[in-house]
Design a protein around this ligand. Structure first.
Ligand SMILES: NC(=O)c1ccc[n+]([C@@H]2O[C@H](COP(=O)([O-])OP(=O)(O)OC[C@H]3O[C@@H](n4cnc5c(N)ncnc54)[C@H](OP(=O)(O)O)[C@@H]3O)[C@@H](O)[C@H]2O)c1
Length: 299
């Protein structure tokens, strides 16, 4: 099999030189008693990358799953995230995540949302702290050995511009983890990140729980013609478009099927078909937060 077809072995090189795998296991909504087994099943199936977050409340079990897999820590890529009410406590945030995970370092530490919620009243944001202050603190983590790379998540162009243009921003985010599937393709945002040397990770890459994409006639027809599942086609679409994908599943068969991406690919025409689906939906909006996060500049 040529390297070109070995999608599960593909990596993206970040600004630091670190190589981030093209496919990882997502763990949002992966419940207690399930997520450890899912992580173990994924690593046994060949995944070398797990995405978690303090906010998911499952870092400890993710760490147990990693240990139970028997694969050495240094062969894995672990991403976790700073939770919104922790923006003023970045050092404690990473220490808490590392303790939960039972690890000395993470490969990538993300600011989960550009939203510094007041830890004493999460219905509002701090009036004396912005995500720029949070980033200033996150930059201090580089060189401590606790994080190999730092990045952001849920940043649109407006907020990235604010961050990158601030004089305190000395280290560019290595990654922006954003919602990416054919019904939320965010072409302008992906292009902008590419121009700035910021790698994108695609979350909710299958369209999340009860994905409406599974009813899309173009996707279903394409998958049937290729003899692949719609999920495999969605993942291949993301990887071939240049971002890494982190499908979540707690079902062993699905975890394995989602990793069955080698030896085949989508033609340019097939990528184009999925690039141009007409429907739009977003899994993660900003209605649940006290400030506007998305400014409608991502399309
Ligand atoms: N940075 C952020 O703010 C943010 C936001 C959202 C997500 N994320 C990350 O991105 C990851 C993925 O996103 P997501 O969890 O929203 O959704 P997703 O990965 O797009 O979809 C997950 C859903 O698809 C199902 N599924 C998985 N593989 C399948 C298959 N082969 N056939 C049929 N159904 C399948 C899963 O069911 P079962 O589990 O029951 O198998 C689950 O209901 C998250 O887990 C998280 O790590 C980050």
């Amino acid at each position: 099999m040529s390297q070109h077809n070995a999608h599960t072995k593909k990596t993206y090189t970040l600004a630091s030189g670190d190589k981030m795998p093209a496919i990882g296991l997502g763990t949002w909504q992966s419940g207690k008693g399930q997520v450890g087994e899912a992580v173990k099943a994924a690593i046994n199936a060949g995944y070398r990358y797990i995405d978690t977050a303090l906010a998911y409340g499952n870092e400890a079990e993710v760490g147990e799953g990693v240990k139970a897999s028997g694969v050495p820590r240094e062969q894995l890529w672990i991403t976790t995230k700073l939770d919104n009410p922790w923006h003023k406590k970045v050092q404690e945030g990473i220490d808490t995540s590392l303790k939960n995970l039972g690890m000395d370092y993470v490969d990538l530490y993300l600011m989960h949302w550009p939203c510094p919620l007041d830890a004493n009243d999460t219905s509002k944001v701090y009036d004396d702290w912005t995500f720029i202050d949070t980033w200033r603190e996150m930059q201090k983590l580089v060189g401590t050995g606790k994080v190999r790379n730092i990045g952001v998540s849920n940043f649109d162009i407006t907020n990235l511009e604010k961050l990158l243009n601030d004089p305190s921003c000395k280290i560019k985010p290595a990654v922006n983890q954003i919602e990416l599937h054919p019904n939320n393709p965010s072409k302008s945002l992906v292009r902008y990140c590419g121009e700035k040397g910021i790698h994108c990770t695609g979350y909710s890459c299958l369209g999340s729980t009860d994905s409406p994409l599974y009813k899309d006639p173009t996707l279903l027809k394409l998958a049937e013609a290729k003899g692949k599942t719609p999920q495999q086609c969605l993942l291949q679409w993301g990887i071939q478009n240049g971002w890494d994908v982190i499908p979540k599943s707690v079902t062993k068969e699905r975890i394995e099927a989602n990793f069955d991406l080698d030896g085949w690919w989508l033609t340019d025409e097939e990528v184009d078909q999925l690039d141009n689906l007409k429907d739009r939906f977003k899994v993660c909006g900003d209605d649940w937060l006290p400030i506007k996060i998305f400014h409608g500049d991502h399309e």
